[in-house]
Design a binder for this molecule. Structure first.
Ligand code: HDE
Length: 708
């Protein structure tokens, strides 16, 4: 048994190693000139003005003046990690892509998660869609699979993207609100552009306030193509399934977490990887034979539609493990450039008009954001295989291209670089036929905007539906314009009347029978403000895969467990719980009335991870309080009761031993004895099983009157 819980050795040794400056690391200017004073600028006399000739000062300052690059216009706030992708079985029947056919490969990946609307410094727990971008460094070149944590997108045609983004970003006159969709301009747009209603409903679900980036599904959204060595193609949709399950927090917690730790998701991902509890996702494919393209009740080229997993099952084909944190945020996470047009042989595009528009935007924005045409040479963006072509020069060219030839065909370079032969896996596009008149139009097959959000709402658990009612009510409640609120209610009513009436009640409004929608502003075919009910088709009664509960996991990797203790706590109870939780890869944090150390009943000193005043219960997944003499001291701490009441209110697992039950008796968790997620002198394994289930949502209704 360890006498204390000081951080172990390896980390400290690593830190100490880092702190020792290798002998040859003398400070220099960017031109390599050694510097012997980095504290004082060159002056005319000790009290005199700085001199312009001071090239060391000038260089330092002018470099600093240019340290920022433009932030991404969307997805500005992000966190990333390195990892590997391993394939379970060869998919050569469908594709010739090496990383999807060779099971012996460990393909390196770099993954960036992001929020969409907030600026770079915005808080992590904003209600928002999360980006999920994966760069595969394959032997045949880089492949980017850029997805979101929702299976559909807001719009059908890229032409509307700037409008969508302008509407959700802070309003242009006062730049309010930051990282929030709950404002007039967004709902003005959403209520007009009814194609947005489906993804908007996903944004109103708890998926938009994830517990952790490690606990989110990922979706490539668009239909792509896979192409095999014979040139035969099929359609595909990509999925990432998290092995830790899909979990969210409640909106009330999200608001508190943003205040307690606005880097909550970034820290969680970083800490889990540092602790060696590597997040994992399985890659899943929905494969649709070409001949089935038109067989669905919706158009598979429409990015606002999902293909229910009950109709086309997700085939699990491999696993991605994130096992290394970046060394430098700017160099890697900030400079990473993802692009849906970055594909390798074996993967190709469909005619989805939204996808086609993205193929232009990403490269275009990166040339601007990363300062020129050579951003592929930045280490994080470089492929692992060699690059040879006749592209030359440009800003920040780092290659020294040799020889006279920079054109093709040539004889001066012996015809090099030569063209790839088909047998060498050169990229060839699927020769899909396109014969059409040029039109500015939307396909009639894209016109149903209500059936899939209706399916989503029907498929959720009652607690998920309740959270959604609250989310719509909060968001619309923040709008100041009644006509916008009413236009939204009108649209929601076409999806689900019960949802609309509950939200209307919370807003103190009535669901209108008709709305004023100038015909030249309506985008959806059914958005003209007529009083026709929405044309909701029921091609599937329910899709259980749409509920967050569909992935079951018994893992609690890097879950944060708060242990409340003070001098005199019961060492035996503490140690057996800690050992069990740590054997399950959870992170146990000792929280006490003060920092430094506390003594257990066996007289040993234990390092306190956080003093009560520096931390908040919303940052933890579960609460454990060992009994002992410590309880008298804890009884005098108001924050202890805040911990218990909040853990109870937010439906978390709580375990106590011995006289720690007195704390529960004095808390607001009055009927703790009947709760299946509360353990008095229980088995540590029952406690960890409850943590893996995440929350006891059955408690929520009962606990809602608790004031914290
Ligand atoms: Fe993006 N999107 N997007 N988007 N997107 C960008 O590219 C854009 C769309 C997504 O971690 C930008 O380099 C258009 C769908 C992610 O660096 C920009 C359209 C999906 C990320 C851009 C879409 C996404 C971006 C901003 C409609 C889900 C973060 C900076 C035609 C499949 C990538 C940049 C990262 C980033 C444009 C629609 C996801 C401006 C025009 C659909 C995860 O180019």
């Amino acid at each position: 048994m360890k006498k204390d819980n000081k951080p172990t050795s390896k980390k400290i040794q690593d830190l100490e190693k880092d702190m020792k400056c290798p002998i040859d690391h003398t400070m220099t200017t960017n031109d390599g000139v050694k510097i012997n004073d980095d504290n004082n600028s060159l002056k005319a006399g000790e009290r005199g003005p700085s001199l312009l000739e001071d090239f060391i000062h000038r260089e330092k300052m002018s470099h600093f003046d240019r340290e920022r690059i433009p932030e991404r216009v969307v997805h500005a706030r992000g966190s990333a990690a390195h990892g590997i992708f391993e394939l379970y079985e060869s998919l050569e029947e469908y594709t010739k892509a090496g990383f999807l056919t060779d099971t012996s490969r460990k393909t390196p990946v770099f993954v960036r998660f992001s929020t969409v609307a907030g600026f770079r410094g915005s808080p992590d727990l904003a209600r928002d869609i999360r980006g999920f971008s994966v760069k595969f460094y394959t032997e045949e070149g880089n492949y980017d699979l850029i997805g979101n944590n929702t299976p559909v997108f807001f719009i059908q045609d890229g032409m509307k993207f700037p409008d969508l983004v302008h509407s959700v970003k802070p309003e242009p006159d006062n730049q309010i609100p930051q990282a929030a969709s709950a404002h007039d301009t967004f709902y003005d747009f959403v209520s007009h552009a009814t194609e947005t209603l489906h993804n908007h409903m996903w944004a109103m679900s708890d998926r938009a306030i994830p517990r952790s980036l490690r606990m989110m599904e990922g979706f490539g959204i668009h239909t792509f193509r896979l192409v095999n060595a014979e040139g035969k193609s099929c359609f595909v949709r990509f999925h990432w399934k998290p092995l830790l399950g899909i979990h969210g927090v409640t909106w009330e917690e999200a608001v508190k977490i943003n205040g307690a730790d606005s880097d909550y998701h970034r820290r969680d991902l970083w800490d889990a990887i540092e602790a060696g509890h590597y997040p994992e996702w399985e890659l899943g494919l929905q494969i649709i034979p070409e001949e089935d393209e038109m067989k669905f009740d919706f158009d598979i080229l429409d990015a606002t539609k999902l293909i229910p997993e009950e109709i086309v099952p997700v085939k699990i084909v491999g696993k991605m493990t994130l096992n290394r944190n970046p060394e430098n945020f700017f160099a890697e996470t900030e400079q990473a450039a993802f692009h849906p047009g970055r594909v390798v042989p074996g993967i190709d595009f469909s005619d989805d008009p939204l996808l086609q528009s993205r193929l232009f935007s990403y490269h275009d924005t990166q040339i601007y954001r990363l300062g020129g045409a050579n951003f592929n040479q930045i280490p994080i963006n470089r492929p692992i295989n060699e690059v040879h072509n006749n592209q030359r020069d440009g800003q920040f060219q780092t290659q020294i291209h040799k020889g006279k030839s920079s054109y093709f065909p040539n004889s001066l370079a012996g015809g090099c670089p030569h063209l790839a032969k088909m047998a060498e896996g050169g990229f060839t596009s699927v020769p899909a036929p396109v014969a059409a008149h040029k039109v500015r139009a939307r396909s009639e097959s894209f016109s149903d905007h209500y059936s899939q959000p209706a399916l989503l709402f029907r498929s959720l658990q009652p607690w998920e539906q309740n959270h959604m009612v609250n989310a719509y009510s909060f968001e619309l409640g923040k709008c100041t314009q009644q006509h916008i609120q009413e236009r939204m209610l009108f649209q929601i009513n076409k999806i689900n009347e019960d949802l609309a009436s509950k939200v209307a009640k919370n807003l103190g409004l009535k669901v209108p029978n008709s709305i004023d929608m100038p015909i030249n502003q309506a985008i959806g075919a059914d958005a003209d403000g007529s009083d026709q009910p929405g044309d909701v088709k029921v091609y599937l009664e329910k899709s259980p895969a749409l509920s967050m509960t569909h992935i079951k996991s018994d893992r609690i990797d890097a879950r944060m467990i708060a242990v409340l203790a003070a001098d005199g706590f019961n060492m035996k109870d503490y140690q057996s719980m800690k050992d069990h939780l740590e054997s399950k890869n959870a992170m146990v944090k000792l929280i006490a009335p003060h920092g430094g150390t506390i003594k257990c009943d066996e007289g040993m000193e234990h390092k306190v991870d956080a003093a009560l005043m520096t931390t908040e219960s919303v940052l933890y997944d579960a609460l454990f309080i060992p009994g002992g003499k410590s309880i008298d001291a804890l009884m005098k701490e108001a924050k202890v009761f805040k911990f218990i009441d909040e853990s109870y209110k937010y439906c978390k697992a709580i375990a106590v031993t011995d006289n720690a039950e007195d704390l529960l008796k004095n808390s607001q968790a009055k009927d703790y004895k009947e709760d299946k997620f509360i353990f008095i002198d229980g088995e540590p394994s029952d406690f960890s099983a409850a943590i893996a289930k995440h929350r006891n949502w059955d408690r929520e209704e009962k606990a809602k009157m608790i004031s914290v």
